[in-house]
Design a protein around this ligand. Structure first.
Ligand SMILES: Nc1nc2c(ncn2[C@@H]2O[C@H](COP(=O)(O)OP(=O)(O)OP(=O)(O)O)[C@@H](O)[C@H]2O)c(=O)[nH]1
Length: 611
């Protein structure tokens, strides 16, 4: 055998990866960014990274896991941090934390000012598909270059946003196909996830109705939920619906793990989140009036409500049906379908929003069973899909999109707009979190140097030591892994940071005694926890479902019962996109330690400290 030309074994998996890489290299945005760099007349700062193309980070490449091999078309793409940004953040993470005041939990509505979304250029049926697509690509190129140039000298004022035209195309199709648009936001951070320009575009240019759905209200204090609802109702005069895909009657407990912690499991088969579903139905009914007959939908929800009540004490342990119901989905090519309002007597509801706000979970919770897959990894949904709720109510589910804004990048991590696993610098987000929540107390951490004052890095060090995370080479505390774990807990709501509308603290009493508060609690379904369930509240929903747990502040605030400090949850989603190395047992362990420091309000903890 000739020397020097030894054949290297090449697996099928590697071959597939090679094909995917080739395709990926051809993808529009990379070329686009390369062009931006070549054509840019702005002086290049680019010493640290030779081309803009290199600064684009492609997220969620899972080529071989998608049988259709299509996932890379919709891969999320963002700009990477520069080495100097990383260095700067690390330095800051070593500085002592400054606890922030209550008012700094209050946010304005101006993160999207000065930005817009890319809109599908006009097209007609006389145009060839290739021409339409070329127009779209030219337009999108210009859109991105314009934003880039405007912010070239101050990239810090520009958030990560979606650079993949394929994902925007999904949004364009969904907006075209739908009669009513449900804009879904995570109730912990509404103003960071609801671009006013999106609302204006849908309402004033597309002339379609918008409903805002405040989701994950199980993670937020009822008074804050209500304040956000009123904020949006007053600002836009539109329907604002409250929702949680995890009302407590979908949960059950009395399971012990090997550490002796109790873990709440989802109660038998998944049920519809009927209170939230009823709210969505009512908002749609008010919009369509008698143009579409929604009686069947209403009956379905009412039926579920009755069932839920009677089944509260039902110990049905049977597994959830895990099924993707083909009969509900429609895979035809909608690229060039003309919109006709309530076509064939069917109401089409588009569900759009940022990644990870819970769009897919909402669809399952509206259906009362699993029809679309869910992941706690942002950016899971790649292609829009249509699902019939009843024969004349159709949901059109769009992949999550990160809209352009000036949201600080650290916050984007906490929102789930940027996948934690692919974060090169997690400490700035830890610092942001630690200045608002007392992490040492929540995790019962011992300062590595015995000091009183903590920095974000100290927290990561202490956390790594406590969890036994060490680097392989030098056996030093693995602060990166620790930071990654903490951020995931924040994203999942195990430790809850939630922002408030301006003026909330000044009017706290008003919101806490508001007559509509009971209604909010009803949708959160917190009053429905059954006897014996108060030891542990957290869910283990199994399968691909992310496990929902709450911050230690959350339960006593909203519910009436005092709960055990052994609140815990495991994550057992088997999600092959799952993105960290943290395993379930590790998380439980932290829950256990965190629990002993549990407070009914993490913000109280901050107060304690400042005393
Ligand atoms: N606590 C809580 N968690 C939720 C709720 N809805 C969804 N989640 C969690 O949020 C994460 C994202 O949920 P998805 O339904 O996949 O979100 P998505 O908006 O479809 O995400 P993309 O696929 O990224 O667009 C998962 O971990 C869910 O379990 C909710 O009402 N309450």
């Amino acid at each position: 055998m000739p020397q020097g030309r030894r054949k290297v074994p090449f697996s099928g998996k590697q071959k597939k990866q090679q094909i995917v890489n080739k395709r990926q290299n051809k993808s529009m945005p990379i070329n686009l960014i390369r062009k931006i760099n070549e054509e840019s007349d702005t002086p290049s700062e680019i010493s640290e990274s030779s081309t803009m193309a290199e600064k684009v980070q492609k997220l969620h490449i899972q080529p071989i896991k998608d049988p259709r091999g299509k996932s890379n078309r919709y891969v999320l793409q963002f700009h990477q941090e520069t080495p100097s940004e990383i260095r700067e953040a690390k330095e800051k993470a070593r500085m002592s934390l400054t606890k922030v005041s209550d008012e700094e939990f209050e946010v304005d509505d101006n993160y999207f000012d000065g930005f817009d979304l890319p809109k599908r250029p006009p097209w007609s049926f006389n145009m060839k598909k290739e021409v339409v697509q070329a127009n779209e690509e030219r337009y999108f190129f210009k859109f991105v270059t314009t934003i880039e140039k405007e912010h070239f000298n101050d990239m810090k004022q520009l958030s990560y946003f979606e650079l993949n035209i394929e994902t925007w195309r999904q949004l364009w199709r969904v907006l075209e196909l739908s009669d009513v648009i449900l804009v879904i936001v995570d109730c912990r951070f509404p103003t960071l996830l609801f671009p006013p320009y999106l609302y204006n575009y849908i309402k004033n240019e597309l002339k379609k109705e918008v409903i805002i759905l405040l989701n994950k209200i199980d993670l937020v204090d009822s008074a804050v939920v209500l304040a956000w609802k009123k904020f949006y109702e007053e600002k836009y005069k539109i329907h604002v619906v409250l929702f949680t895909s995890y009302p407590s009657y979908n949960l059950r407990g009395n399971h012990e793990n090997k550490q002796g912690l109790k873990i709440r499991r989802r109660r038998g088969k998944m049920r519809m989140a009927s209170e939230g579903a009823m709210e969505v139905y009512k908002a749609c009914q008010a919009i369509v009036k008698n143009q579409v007959d929604l009686t069947k939908w209403q009956e379905k929800i009412q039926h579920e409500m009755n069932l839920a009540k009677s089944a509260l004490n039902d110990d049905d342990d049977s597994e959830d049906e895990v099924e993707i119901e083909q009969e509900y989905t429609d895979e035809k090519d909608f690229d060039f379908e003309e919109h006709e309002l309530y076509k064939n007597g069917v109401l089409s509801i588009g569900t759009i929003g940022f990644p990870n706000v819970g769009k897919s979970s909402i669809i399952n919770a509206l259906m009362g069973k699993k029809v679309v897959s869910i992941s706690r990894t942002p950016g899971h949904t790649k292609h829009f899909q249509t699902i019939f709720l009843t024969e004349n109510v159709r949901l059109v589910d769009c992949p999550g999109l990160v809209f352009p804004s000036k949201t600080p990048k650290t916050l984007q991590v906490l929102l789930g707009s940027y996948p934690i696993s692919q974060l090169r610098e997690p400490y700035a987000a830890i610092k942001f979190l630690a200045e608002r929540l007392d992490l040492p107390k929540l995790f019962v951490l011992k300062h590595p140097d015995g000091d009183e004052e903590w920095s974000a890095m100290d927290i990561c060090d202490a956390f790594a030591l406590k969890r036994g995370f060490f680097t392989a080479k030098a056996a030093r505390p693995d602060t990166y892994r620790a930071a990654n774990n903490i951020l995931r807990m924040a994203l999942d709501g195990k430790i809850t940071l939630s922002l408030k509308p301006r003026g909330f603290h000044k009017n706290k009493k008003f919101w806490e005694t508001h007559e509509e508060l009971e209604k909010v609690k009803e949708i959160q379904a917190l009053g429905k926890i059954t006897a014996g369930d108060d030891d542990d509240y957290f869910s283990d929903s199994g399968d691909e479902y992310a496990q929902k747990a709450k911050s230690s502040d959350y339960l006593p605030k909203n519910g009436n019962k005092k709960r055990s400090t052994k609140e815990s949850e495991i994550s057992n989603e088997g999600d092959d996109e799952d993105d960290t190395d943290c395993d379930e047992e590790e998380e439980e362990e932290v829950e256990a330690t965190a629990a002993t420091a549990s407070s009914s309000n993490p913000f109280d903890l901050l107060n304690d400290d400042s005393d």
